[in-house]
Design a protein. Structure first.
Length: 121
């Protein structure tokens, strides 16, 4: 068995899962895999120690956190409002241009219809 194959099975060894005899023999004879197994065991011990540890928050932490969240929300709202105003402004300009074009087209069409009638002899 190669180290690459055994390395993927090491977390199972730490958790107490049964593995094949080949894996066990490889780990017993390979210093690299033994070191990796030791690192997994150390990681699990550290995580278990963190599970029982309680850190007292500093006074005012809740207020500072809520203020930071409020500031971030207000900043996002301002950005949305500014970009919304830009979009509305661009839409108003585009709509005005479209209305002016349509009005000009209607006036030109009316003037062309009236021109032959006005020239009657």
């Amino acid at each position: 068995m190669r180290c690459e194959e055994a390395t993927s099975l090491l977390p199972g060894l730490v958790d107490g899962e049964t593995t094949s005899l080949d894996v066990q023999r490889h780990v017993d004879s390979c210093l690299r895999c033994q070191a990796e197994l030791a690192r997994y065991r150390r990681l699990l011990r550290t995580l278990a120690a963190l599970r029982t540890r309680y850190i007292e928050p500093t006074p005012g932490l809740l207020g500072e956190t809520l203020a930071a969240i409020t500031d971030a929300a207000e900043h996002g709202a301002r950005r949305t409002l500014v970009s919304g105003r830009r979009l509305a402004f661009a839409g108003a300009i585009g709509g005005g241009a479209l209305a002016a074009g349509a009005t000009a087209a209607v006036l030109i069409a009316r003037s062309r219809r009236r021109s032959p009638v006005g020239r009657a002899v």
